[in-house]
Ligand binder design. Structure first.
Ligand code: SF4
Length: 421
C-alpha cells in the first residue's frame, strides 16, 4: 500500500504534466531550466511553469522509455560518452516530445540556463537552442573552488538575476516583477525545507525509519522540481513528516517496493545517483541484505538544506543566489569529502558506497580519490560499483549484486574481527 504522501506526490505530478500538455490551449508559458540552482519560485512568481529536462529523463528511464530515446540521439551523432540524460532528453524531443507520462510537452518559451558546476549543462542547452526558437538566458554561478561562498560571489549572482533573468522573465510573461509575491513563495519554500531536513535527519534513529537514497529520491521530488514554493509542497512535506514520525514511534524501518524493510543490518552512506532503468531491482539488492542508506549526497544536488540553508523571504534574491551557489553540484572535491565524512560520523554509518555513473563525467571524476580519503579519515570501508543513469545497456545486475554482497560481507568480517566499522 502506498503512503498518503506518495499518493499526493503522484497526483501533483499528474496535474503538473496535464497542465503542460494543455499549455498550447491555455496559453501557459513555460521555462526549461535545470534542477541544481533552479529559480523555481521566481519562475512561478511570473505565473510561468518550469520544465526540468533531467526530471523528464529520469522519469523516462523509470518507465523504460529511455533506451529508444538514447538510440535516436546516438543516430544523430551524439557519442557513447555523452551524459545519457542529455541523449534521453534530445531523443525524446526528436521523437515528438512526448513526456514521461505519455502526454505531449510544450516547446519552451525561454531556456533559462542556471549553470552550477557541470559543463554539460551548457552543451545541453546549446543542443536545445538548435531545436527550439526560444531565447536563452544564462545565470552564471561561480564555482566554489575554494569551498566557500563569498559576498562577491553572492552579489555577482544577484546582479545577474536582477539585470538578466528578471527582465527575461518579464518579457516572456508580460508581467512586472513582484517581490512581495516572490517572498510569499519563498516563505512556503522555507517551511517545506524545514520538514525535508527533519525527514532526512530522522535517519539518525536505529532502525532508520527512512532510506535516505532510494526513498530519498522520492522525498526530494517536489522540492527539487516544479513545486518548491507552492502550498502543495508544504502539504506534501508535512504529511511525509507525520508518516515518518509514525514509523519512529512504532520502531519501524523504511518502506521498500517489496513492503516493510526487515531487520536493519547495515547502515550506509552513498555517493552518486541511483540507476533509474532498474531502480526497484537496484533497491532490492540493498533491502534484501538488510542494508539501509542513512545519508546520500545525491539527495543534495538540488540543495544542501541539511547544512542550515533556507530560502529567506526577507532576502529574496540574496537567498536565491546563496541557494544556487550552495548546491552539491557546485562544490569541489574537498567539500564533498568533508560532507561524506560528516554523514558517516553523524549517521553512524558502516561505510561509503559509491555508484559511479559512466556518462556523468562531472561527478565520476575524482570519486576513487573521494573513496580512499573517506576511508583514511573515518576508518570505515568503501565500496565501488558502476552503472548508468538512464542507459539500460550499462546496468549489469549480476555484477552489481556481486559487488554489493562482497562489500557487505567485508563489513561483516571486520565486525567479526572486532574492527570498528
Ligand atoms: S551533473 Fe552529470 S548527470 Fe547532470 S547534466 Fe552533468 S554530466 Fe549529466
Amino acid at each position: 500500500m502506498k503512503d498518503r504522501s506518495q499518493a499526493r506526490q503522484k497526483k501533483m505530478l499528474a496535474d503538473y504534466f496535464q497542465k503542460l500538455a494543455d499549455a498550447p490551449k491555455t496559453g501557459q508559458k513555460v521555462v526549461y531550466t535545470f534542477v541544481p540552482g533552479n529559480l523555481t519560485e521566481l519562475i512561478l512568481s511570473f505565473d510561468l511553469l518550469p520544465i526540468l529536462p533531467e526530471i523528464n529523463a529520469l522519469q523516462s528511464g523509470m518507465r523504460q522509455k529511455s533506451k529508444g530515446y538514447i538510440r535516436e540521439a546516438e543516430k544523430r551523432g551524439l557519442s557513447a560518452d555523452v551524459c545519457t540524460y542529455v541523449k534521453c532528453d534530445l531523443g525524446m524531443k526528436l521523437l515528438g516530445n512526448i513526456g514521461p507520462t505519455g502526454l505531449p510537452l510544450p516547446d519552451p518559451d525561454l531556456l533559462l540556463l542556471s549553470y552550477t558546476g557541470c559543463f554539460t549543462f551548457m552543451k545541453w542547452f546549446e543542443l536545445l537552442k538548435r531545436e527550439y526558437e526560444a531565447p536563452v538566458t544564462m545565470l552564471q554561478v561561480p564555482y566554489q573552488a575554494e569551498g566557500v561562498i563569498t559576498n562577491e560571489m553572492r552579489d555577482y549572482v544577484v546582479k545577474q538575476i536582477r539585470d538578466e533573468v528578471i527582465p527575461a522573465l518579464e518579457r516572456v510573461s508580460g508581467q512586472k516583477y513582484d517581490e512581495d509575491r516572490l517572498s510569499e513563495l519563498l516563505a512556503c519554500s522555507a517551511q517545506a525545507e524545514d520538514d525535508l531536513v527533519w525527514v532526512f535527519e530522522s535517519a539518525r534513529h536505529r532502525p532508520s525509519p527512512i532510506d535516505a537514497f532510494f526513498g530519498g529520491v522520492y522525498y526530494i521530488g517536489p522540492i527539487f522540481s516544479a513545486f518548491r514554493g507552492t502550498t502543495d509542497a508544504v502539504a506534501y512535506y508535512r504529511e511525509l513528516r507525520e508518516e515518518v514520525q509514525d514509523r519512529i514511534d512504532n520502531g519501524e524501518g523504511p518502506m521498500t517496493p517489496e513492503g516493510p524493510m526487515g531487520e536493519e543490518k547495515f547502515r550506509l552512506v552513498t555517493e552518486g545517483p541511483p540507476n533509474w532503468t532498474s531502480f526497484n531491482q537496484f533497491w532490492k539488492m540493498f533491502s534484501e541484505e538488510g542494508a539501509t542508506v542513512v545519508a546520500s549526497t545525491y539527495t543534495k544536488v538540488g540543495g544542501t538544506y541539511d547544512e542550515g540553508f533556507r530560502h529567506d523571504p526577507e532576502r529574496p534574491l540574496e537567498s536565491m543566489a546563496e541557494y544556487c551557489l550552495g548546491c552539491y553540484t557546485n562544490r569541489n572535491l574537498g567539500s564533498r569529502i568533508d560532507t561524506i565524512c560528516r554523514y558517516i560520523e553523524e549517521y553512524e554509518a558502516d561505510g561509503l558506497l559509491i555508484n559511479s555513473v559512466k556518462s556523468c563525467n562531472s561527478f565520476a571524476a575524482g570519486q576513487l580519490l573521494i573513496l580512499r580519503e573517506v576511508e583514511r579519515r573515518t576508518g570505515r570501508p568503501g565500496g565501488f560499483i558502476e552503472s548508468d543513469l538512464v542507459d539500460p545497456r550499462y546496468f549489469s545486475a549480476s555484477n552489481i549484486k556481486n559487488r554489493i554482497e562482497s562489500y557487505l560481507q567485508m563489513i561483516d568480517q571486520r565486525r567479526a574481527q572486532g574492527v570498528s566499522v
